[in-house]
Design a protein around this ligand. Structure first.
Ligand code: BGC
Length: 741
């Protein structure tokens, strides 16, 4: 589908689509129009009488949360056969990272830096969801997320606008395919428009204050990319943006989305977010709230009923006119026509492959495997060599918990399908290695140390220790923000005790967000960060632990040393007094009564420095990669021209492995200050030991554009730096200049 609708007489398909919309609108009563703008929760396992009656009366345009195919078909039947105009329903569901087959949380999928795999994962999810009659998902969440305290960072694709755009588009394409009317395709909904990721202090639903320049340069690009890729719908955010809650924000939904971007799809509110406008204090009551939202351009109301209750009154009183209602309804009808719902409203389960089939599980395993980021590997502790292991201790609350490895938003996930790390390790090792398993803590939050002696004993009795730590599912996700992002409970103490045994201790961390790990890192030989890896987390982790494959995940988000560094992200501004690694004095080294202005005078924290524990883009491998010979195809590129930046990557280690090669640039001088680095390209390479390969990235000068003081997208002439490497901390640099003629 296209959002930039061509003039209708240029395109016969569009003409007929527009004509169908206009024709249908012309036959609708006001009640039926407002009905299309109303979405209700239909989660029950029977159809309540009032829902049946409302659908019959044309008062419902969409339902959400029903995944029983028979009930969905019955709901569609009522809509199509028993309502006056026979308009089918949109059936929405949060299919966030898989359906019955659960893929890694989106933040984990982002760590794969693999759009192709992410697209495939969304396809799997779409197929499984569509088999139940769901035809619309509230995904992907493409809120740029720079605060690991925020529970919903788990649903995000990380901190970077470019990575989020690439992977968000891949998800949209995976859900929607090239043609929404084809079987198994479901409409996507990018959310939450806009700025939700900037919730103050990472507390969910909190206020955001985002200057327009930052909004346009950081938070909006993924939405623009999704709109350009043809996403069917957007969801308005719960959050307050600079004093105007997103759900009532005309600037966002009128000026930017429709006028500037030419979006032709529709916007749904978040759950009761229209009603909540009154709680925010932007409207006095539900009627005013409905007025604000419809005026701003929210086509459909989720859950609350301010539209159903008040739009007619607002029309009667002349506060809104019917043209606005028609416009809102047309967006919804257009999608229903495009999806072919009028022709095929029903779902036949037998048209679909079984959910959680081998192919789907294989995709989930591949995604989980590529999402694992190796953070530490001292003395090449990993991979473990099966042959030289006599015994292995498997410790910790996340080693064998089929539910907790799935992560947040798994309404349709089935823990019975989960393969846990313990199961997979047993399978990988067979009988040749004795496994000493101790859960040690009931949950990741447990404070009890009662089972720690048993854990210590298991470690002492084993050649190596793998400790599965992290956060259980409920500690991240919506409304599950944390102010302290250390490993919860007594996990750090458990690590300390295991370390005391002198055995190699390998931590595998399953969590929904970056954690502050400084208090365990010195007590470990190796550390894998596996996010919440989903159904196939166990086998994926075992594949990595025993070297069937080298880890290749890279962090899609910065890991701070301590929570007080937040917000900390790689694409920060330089400031007038930037710190370097040795330009600040640590709090412990500051002499008593030192003269005030002698201590560094740079932008840094005295107790944490200016660097994170692990930077964006970072992740180790079982091999080493070296980067050399960076060059640019031209030193000067004219405005509108292109250049390539290239370097040679060599696998200098002993095993074949994937590497994610990353391109960063810096615009040295701008009419607004520019970030010290910005990701502009990445690619996944597979290199054999000893193999070298040139990698090149093409840049168009439009790729260097940003919103300047006038809020216009511009590329400015001047000097640029370009880096190629394996993380955002890479030092291999080239320079080029953009010239105006
Ligand atoms: C969330 C949305 C979600 C909706 C429907 C809301 O609470 O913010 O992201 O799609 O619920 O479940």
């Amino acid at each position: 589908m296209s959002n930039q609708l061509p003039a209708s007489n240029d395109n016969p398909a569009m003409t007929s689509l527009d004509e169908r919309v206009t024709e249908l609108l012309g036959r609708m009563t006001l009640v039926e129009k407002i009905g299309q703008m109303s979405q209700v929760n239909a989660a029950d396992d029977t159809i309540p009488d009032n829902l049946r009656e409302d659908i019959k009366a044309g008062k419902i345009g969409s339902v959400l949360n029903q995944v029983n195919v028979d009930i969905v078909n019955e709901l569609q039947r009522i809509a199509v056969q028993e309502s006056r105009l026979g308009i089918p329903l949109l059936v929405g569901r949060d299919v966030i990272h898989g359906f019955n087959t659960v893929l890694p949380i989106p933040l984990g999928q982002a760590a794969t830096w693999n759009p192709e795999l992410v697209r495939k994962g969304a396809r799997v999810a779409a197929l499984e969801a569509a088999s139940t009659g769901v035809n619309w998902t509230f995904a992907p969440m493409i809120d740029v997320s720079r605060d690991p305290r925020w529970g919903r960072i788990a649903e995000s694709l990380g901190e970077d606008p470019y990575l989020t755009s690439m992977l968000g588009v891949a998800m949209v394409e995976g859900f929607q395919g090239a043609d929404l009317s084809q079987p198994g395709m479901i409409a996507a909904c990018v959310k939450h428009f806009a700025g939700y990721g900037a919730s103050e202090s990472g507390r969910d639903y909190n206020t955001t204050n985002i200057p327009e320049n930052e909004l346009r340069n950081v938070y909006l690009p993924p939405f623009k990319a999704a709109v350009d890729a043809g996403v069917a719908t957007l969801m308005a955010s719960f959050s307050d943006l600079d004093g105007v809650p997103a759900t009532a924000n005309r600037f966002l939904m009128r000026q930017v989305l429709r006028e500037e971007w030419g979006f032709g799809g529709f916007v749904v509110s978040d759950w009761s977010s229209i009603e909540q406008l009154t709680v925010h204090g932007i409207s006095a009551n539900n009627r005013d709230a409905a007025f604000e939202a419809v005026n701003a351009g929210v086509n459909m109301e989720m859950a609350s009923t301010t539209y159903a209750d008040h739009l007619a009154e607002l029309l009667d009183d002349g506060q809104i006119d019917i043209g606005l209602v028609n416009e809102m309804v047309a967006g919804i009808l257009r999608l229903k026509f495009e999806m072919g719902l009028f022709e095929n409203p029903y779902t036949d389960l037998s048209d679909f492959p079984a959910t959680a089939n081998d192919d789907h599980l294989a995709t989930a395993r591949q995604a989980a495997k590529q999402s694992i980021v190796m953070l530490e590997n001292r003395n090449d502790t990993l991979p473990l060599k099966k042959e030289s292991l006599g015994s292995l201790a498997i410790i910790g609350p996340m080693a064998d918990d089929p539910y907790e490895q799935l992560g947040t938003w798994i309404f349709d996930g089935n823990p019975a399908l989960s393969q846990t790390p313990l199961q997979a390790i047993r399978e990988a090792l067979g009988d040749s290695v004795k496994i000493n398993h101790v859960r040690a803590m009931e949950t990741t939050r447990s404070r009890s140390t009662d089972a720690f002696d048993e854990a210590r004993q298991a470690a002492e009795d084993s050649d190596a220790v793998i400790v599965f730590l992290g956060e259980e599912s409920i500690l991240s996700g919506e409304a599950h923000s944390r102010a302290n992002i250390d490993l919860p409970g007594n996990q750090a103490e458990l690590v300390r005790i295991l370390h005391e045994t002198g055995k190699p201790v390998i931590a595998v961390i399953l969590a929904g967000r970056p954690l502050t790990l400084a208090n365990i890192v010195d007590n470990l030989h190796a550390m894998l960060f596996a996010w919440h890896p989903g159904t196939m987390g166990g086998p994926a982790i075992a594949d990595i632990l025993f070297g069937a494959e080298s880890p290749s995940g890279k962090l899609p988000v910065t890991f701070p040393r301590m929570v007080g560094q937040i917000p900390i992200y790689y694409a920060h501004k330089n400031t007038g007094k930037p710190a370097t690694a040795d330009s600040f004095l640590h709090i412990d080294d500051i002499p008593v009564r030192m003269f005030q202005t002698s201590a560094g005078m740079v932008s840094s924290h005295m107790d944490a420095g200016n660097t994170p524990l692990y930077p964006f883009g970072y992740g180790l491998s079982y091999t080493q990669f070296s980067y050399a010979d960076i060059s640019v195809s031209k030193k000067e590129v004219s405005m509108g021209g292109r250049l390539t930046v290239q370097a040679v990557v060599t696998n200098t280690g002993k095993v074949a492995a994937d590497e994610i090669v990353q391109l960063y640039i810096r615009d040295l001088v701008g009419n607004v200050t520019r970030p010290v680095r910005e990701l502009k390209g990445f690619t996944r390479l597979h290199l054999q030991p000893g193999e070298s390969r040139p990698v090149s990235f093409e840049l168009d000068t439009s790729d260097l554009a940003f919103y300047g003081r006038q809020m216009q997208l511009i590329t400015e002439p001047g000097e640029f730096h370009a880096w190629i490497g394996g993380s955002s901390a890479t030092v291999l640099r080239a320079e080029f200049t953009v010239i105006s003629e």
